[in-house]
Design a protein around this ligand. Sequence first.
Ligand code: SF4
Ligand code: SF4
Length: 102
Amino acid sequence: MAAHTPNPYPEISFEARMNSAEFRVHSDAHITLDDTHCRDCTVRGCITACPADLFVPTSDGGIVFNYEQCFECGTCYLVCNEEGAITWTYPEGGHGVVFHNS
Ligand code: SF4
Ligand code: SF4
């Protein structure tokens, strides 16, 4: 029988992940989405890659996005295959995500 190797990255439930974070929301969005680009996008990596589930497809081919509960991981910007769809910065100082119990 093969030796059991502990997973160094144990699965964390979505609820636990969101509960570990506090969001100090700035009134100006640090990430914006121009979803006119999304209608030609076949990959749609943002939907599956965002750990906070902030990209939601709409029935007309667009995407709804809310910046308020963003973890600032940058994944959406990295996986997006349509130039101009996502505009990404960090929130202004004192705002954004604060992780607890980590
Ligand atoms: S990957 Fe980029 S272009 Fe494609 S749906 Fe997501 S945000 Fe839109
Ligand atoms: S930076 Fe990370 S958490 Fe924020 S919207 Fe992009 S993928 Fe989601």
